[in-house]
Design a protein around this ligand. Structure first.
Ligand code: SF4
Length: 887
């Protein structure tokens, strides 16, 4: 321990400025200096190790005088005008100066050379004029987020902090996670949007959960006059899972909440036009029309799409409405298009389909294998955990991805497989693990079954054959197997690069085989870890927004489970599984599905083959959407109901690591917008089923009484930190690691899966493989991120990544407009020529409505989970002739 740590542990105050509990102490500011008996000079207590027999004076006159000198010198560094500084309230330097009776400095001011203010971007303002060069921002960038975007530049009086080559932040490698803003102890780094707003009366903070990806970062909405003015996280002592870190979306992507496009009233289509309607009348109209359709065609002519964006409480009520009021199991949501293979695959292997370990646990892994996950862009805070495990703790990292994603820079080994060839390389790894006996015999014998059949299957996947099937060099396959197999703890991370295939469920099962054969399950730093895409996709699945299971994954065909819900809800439930999303689209096209209610989803953008989706939606007799914006799907709807955003309602989200966390209302919604809990309850009441669900907590309590894995979780228990399910009773601490002692299906099942080809391969007419995905600056169908000024400024336009070799052959230069077509549709967008994609493979993010990637993708399905193959389809690329307007 250092002297500072010993003092703090014993309640002895020593002021600190450049010390941060998440970072290595640097001893640069010297404000924590103390007197060490027997030593002539003062020592920095934050770096000096405590040794037996030391006698320390923390508050002697000599120490106090020295601190005053240090503070006067720091105040002389730049222009510290507290009266106009937006960070005056939180400034550590100001507080220390006041504590020491210093109001201004008498020393001559020293300013760094060059431009002092950098406001070259929409997110962060850098004021070099008041930077005290403590270096916390550099450490935070390098050691917490591991982005390495800023550093010390120059020497002596000329030294400064910033991106290399003295660039502005806006032109640099900065990813705008804002970690530097969080740790800055003065006002040198501030949020641009709130630059002039802090310090005004009425500012208060509301703790909530990020509305974007499934990491579930905790954040404080800073609210003033019913408006979020900034998002912050505690400077120290922040809770799991993010411990104060955020990415650009979490920290700067909140301004969509007050975008002028927000829906503030209901819209009803009348004579081909959408007209505003009183919200209660619109709800009654929905009820009337749903009742009429049910009367005419039966309950199964109606279906609902729940939402991975909405709270657990809203999703619970949504499926309850369909099952108990309408009388159908036709409920699904966008997990179908992301992790339905995970739910199906891991449930078959372990008996439970969720992330087995925790995010923090990744820092204890000796080896991390990441495949099908562009983690730095899709789950940035998890990516930072991985990068810390590699750079600070020496874990080895294997990346398996057709694209040269950012994590490749940190990897010991990068395997670049052909898109769609995953089973072959995974079975190949298993072959080598068996061949070199890098397996856990005891684990296999005591906790698994079907091992001999599995062995026989993978015997055909020799490294030579795998090289032919995948393009991965056999020597690399051997190295990967040895890294994974020899590690005492090895974790697998994957996402939609694994699941969005016609063999998505088989891919997941193949990955699970690796963990089973090496005993990498049920321990720290191990596991099979699907990274869930959306903020509450785990929760929407847990709440039973799937056609085959009730809340808590209790099968609709299980009589006992169904009777429990019938008893609780006072109704009779259908005992046959309902339609999946693709089956709903088929049923609408053939005419058997008449009505669809969509809560907060946008299938026109998120489902593959979007022209077919549009045709299906237009055939419906009734399409109802509840949403915060009029999105591409809402434009086709008969009735649109205005909903509240995440910042305007109470409830819970369940993150990718099964952590149930609070969401809290911070501002009032626009117009007559209501939470989906309120909208569904009104609808149920209008159809003759008045429920008692006036508050989100009431709904949560009803849900947990029926879902054993949530039973011990209460709002009171998760008030400050979330709990991870299963949490079966009030004394249970939650479960950070699954399967420590056994599996829900008793013995885990080895799966025999064979390599399969994608549904559509390139040919003469369509010679390129298209793969789709997300980018850091946007989220899903960009309904929210596209209306955030900061996020949009970083990635305003659609693009296609194409290898330089292919670009040359097509005669393309950087930024050239191209037409990309598949057998299903065509779009136009700009070429981004990059080696991120291998020759023959192109990538398009699916966020942009003006160039919707899903106009191209196919609807071939994985037979087990009904996920569509969004990661592989064949396309053609042509140059678009320049027009005057484009020029
Ligand atoms: Fe939000 Fe995900 Fe970013 Fe965390 S990592 S701030 S949850 S988008």
């Amino acid at each position: 321990m250092t002297l500072y740590e010993v003092a703090r542990e014993h309640g002895i105050y020593i002021p600190v400025l450049c010390r941060h509990e998440d970072l290595r102490p640097s001893g640069s500011c010297r404000i924590c200096s103390v007197e060490l008996e027997g030593s002539s000079g003062l020592v920095a207590s934050c770096t000096q190790p405590a040794l037996p027999g030391m006698a320390i004076h923390t508050d002697s006159q000599r120490v106090r005088d020295f601190r005053c000198i240090v503070l006067r010198m720091l105040l002389a560094q730049g222009r510290h005008d507290c009266a106009s500084c937006p960070s005056a309230e939180s400034c550590v330097l100001r507080r220390l100066a006041l504590d020491h009776g210093i109001e201004c400095t008498d020393l001559p001011s020293i300013e760094p050379p060059g431009t002092l203010i950098d406001d070259s971007n929409e997110m962060i303002v850098r004021n070099r004029g008041i930077c005290i060069m403590c270096g916390l921002c550099v450490q935070a960038c390098n050691d917490i987020q591991v982005n390495n975007a800023i550093g010390f530049i120059g020497r002596g009086y000329d030294s400064t902090i910033g991106p290399p080559f003295d660039r502005d932040l806006g032109d640099s490698e900065c990813l705008f996670c804002g970690e530097c803003v969080r740790v800055c102890p003065v006002g040198a780094l501030t949020e641009k949007t709130s630059r002039f707003e802090t310090g005004e009366p009425g500012l208060h903070k509301v703790r909530t959960t990020c509305p974007y990806c499934g990491v579930g970062c905790q954040m404080d909405l800073n609210v003033q006059q019913n408006r979020i003015v900034k998002v912050t996280t505690p400077r120290t002592g922040a809770p799991a899972p993010n411990y104060g870190s955020l990415c650009i979306k979490g920290r700067f992507g909140y301004d969509f909440t007050y975008h002028p496009d927000r829906l503030g009233s209901a819209l009803v289509r009348s004579n081909g036009r959408r007209v505003p309607e009183d919200i209660d009348e619109a709800v009654r109209e929905v009820a009337r029309r749903l009742s009429a359709i049910r009367q005419a065609y039966g309950p199964d002519a109606i279906a609902g799409l729940a939402s991975a964006r909405c709270t657990n409480e809203e999703n619970y009520l949504f499926q309850k409405f369909f099952r108990a009021v309408i009388g159908t199991n036709n409920i699904d949501h966008c997990a179908r298009m992301c992790h339905s293979p995970t739910v199906a695959g891991l449930a078959a292997v372990f008996g439970s389909g969720a992330m087995t370990n925790s995010i923090a646990d990744l820092e204890r892994a000796e080896c991390i294998l990441i495949t099908g996950s562009n983690t730095t862009e899709n789950h940035p805070v998890i990516a930072s955990t991985v990068k810390r495990a590699v750079t600070l703790r020496g874990a080895s990292l294997i990346v398996v991805d057709p694209r040269r994603i950012e994590l490749v820079r940190h990897a010991d080994l990068w395997l670049r497989q052909r898109p769609g060839s995953d089973i072959a390389w995974i079975n190949g790894l298993a072959y080598v693990l068996l061949d070199e006996h890098l397996i856990d015999d005891d684990f296999i014998r005591e906790r698994t079954e079907n091992f001999e059949a599995f062995k026989a299957t993978v015997a055909a996947y020799t490294p030579t054959r795998v090289q032919e099937l995948t393009g991965i060099a056999s020597s690399d396959l051997l190295r990967a197997a040895r890294l994974y197999g020899k590690a005492r703890s090895a974790a697998v991370l994957y996402a939609m690069g694994i699941t969005q295939h016609v063999c998505g469920t088989a891919n997941v099962r193949a990955l699970a085989n690796l963990a089973l054969m090496t005993g990498n399950i049920g321990r720290e730093g191990c596991g099979i870890n699907p990274l869930r895409g959306q903020n509450n996709v785990q929760g929407a699945c847990d709440m039973g927004c799937l056609p085959n299971v009730l809340p808590g994954y209790q099968a609709v065909v299980d009589d006992a489970a169904r009777h429990r819900f019938e008893h609780a809800w006072g109704c009779t439930l259908a005992g046959t599984p309902g339609l999946t999303t693709p089956a709903m689209i088929d049923a609408a096209l053939e005419g058997s599905l008449k009505a669809l209610v969509i809560m907060g989803e946008n299938p026109m953008m998120s489902e593959p083959d979007s022209s077919r989706v549009a045709e299906a939606l237009q055939k419906l007799e009734l399409l109802v959407c509840t949403d915060i914006f009029l999105n591409e799907t809402g434009r086709l709807a008969d009735i649109v109901l205005p909903a509240t955003s995440w910042a305007e309602k109470d409830g819970t989200f369940t993150s990718t690591e099964r952590r149930v966390q609070r969401v809290r209302a911070a501002v009032q919604p626009p117009g007559s917008a209501r939470s989906d809990t309120a909208l569904i309850s009104s609808l149920a009441a209008a159809m003759g089923s008045p429920w008692r669900c006036d508050h989100a907590e009431t709904v949560f309590d009803e849900m947990r009484s029926l879902v054993p894995s949530y039973r011990g979780i209460t709002y009171a228990r998760i008030d400050s930190t979330g709990l991870q399910w299963p949490c079966p009773d009030h004394d249970h601490p939650g479960t950070p690691i699954l399967h420590t002692n056994g599996f829900p299906r008793k013995r885990a099942l080895f799966s025999c899966v064979e390599a399969a080809s994608p549904a559509e391969e390139p040919d003469e007419d369509y010679p390129f493989v298209l793969t789709t995905g997300r980018i850091l600056y946007h989220f899903h169908t960009a309904t929210m991120s596209g209306r955030s000024r900061g996020l949009s400024s970083r990635a305003p336009d659609a693009f296609i990544e194409i290898n330089p070799e292919d670009a040359r052959a097509l005669g393309l230069d950087q930024g050239r407009r191209v037409r990309v077509s598949s057998r299903r549709g065509a779009i136009q967008l700009c070429a981004c020529i990059t080696t991120r994609c291998p020759p023959g493979v192109v990538f398009i993010p699916f966020h942009y409505s003006e160039a919707a990637a899903n106009a191209l993708t196919g609807s071939a399905l994985d037979p087990d989970s009904h996920i569509a193959e969004a990661k592989v389809c064949a396309v053609r690329i042509e140059r678009v002739a320049y027009t005057g307007a484009q020029a």
